[in-house]
Design a protein around this ligand. Structure first.
Ligand code: SIN
Length: 191
């Protein structure tokens, strides 16, 4: 599958006719909400874990030197904590552009902070997209993040801001926090 998912996502019209939709954010969508939203609250989804396995050519890296950003990987029993936003469907155009490097719209069940179950949308980069990098040892992932940067800024900033946002949400995420420790070891002055 091509890495540019804009056209594919336009055809994945999963919530047509609805006036507002819940969007589940688990990566930069937690700490960088550059779109209008009606409501926002912490949320969780079951059966997925967050992993720095997606390449970033357009935000935190370049085509020649991609960075690494998060996607979701299926894992039965796992719970992924993130942030849910109630948005109007006209925001999809902005989101499709922002998430165009391999992410596809999927529907998901999510549990909102106050216990309410909701159906909504999540952007996931599956392993068949051209920008997918997959697993690697933590030290290698952290080293790639340490040396990468792109139009949206340093890849290290993405990792550090995500780790900070997850702490604010009281979310346990051993993968992200281990990478944060590795990164700080490589770059004692970072953050
Ligand atoms: C997300 O945050 O939900 C998707 C991944 C990203 O944009 O970092």
């Amino acid at each position: 599958m091509t890495a540019d998912t804009i056209a594919i996502n336009r055809r994945r019209d999963l919530f047509s006719g609805q006036r507002a939709v819940w969007l589940f954010g688990y990566g930069s969508l937690i700490f960088k909400a550059d779109f209008p939203w009606l409501q926002r609250c912490p949320a969780r989804i079951r059966g997925w874990v967050r992993r720095f396995w997606q390449g970033s050519h357009d935000h935190r890296g370049t085509p020649e030197s991609p960075g690494r950003v998060v996607t979701l990987v299926p894992r039965p029993e796992a719970v992924c904590v993130g942030m849910a936003y109630r948005i109007t469907p006209d925001v999809f155009e902005h989101l499709d552009f922002r998430e165009k490097n391999g992410y596809l719209r999927f529907t998901t069940e999510m549990q909102l902070a106050h216990g309410q179950e909701a159906q909504g949308l999540v952007y996931i980069a599956t392993e068949d997209n051209a920008a997918y990098l997959g697993p690697a040892p933590e030290q290698e992932i952290a080293a790639q993040i340490a040396r990468s940067s792109g139009p949206s800024g340093a890849n290290s900033e993405y990792l550090l801001r995500l780790a900070e946002a997850l702490r604010e949400l009281d979310a346990e995420d051993s993968h992200v926090f281990a990478l944060e420790r590795c990164l700080r070891g490589l770059q004692p002055a970072a953050g």
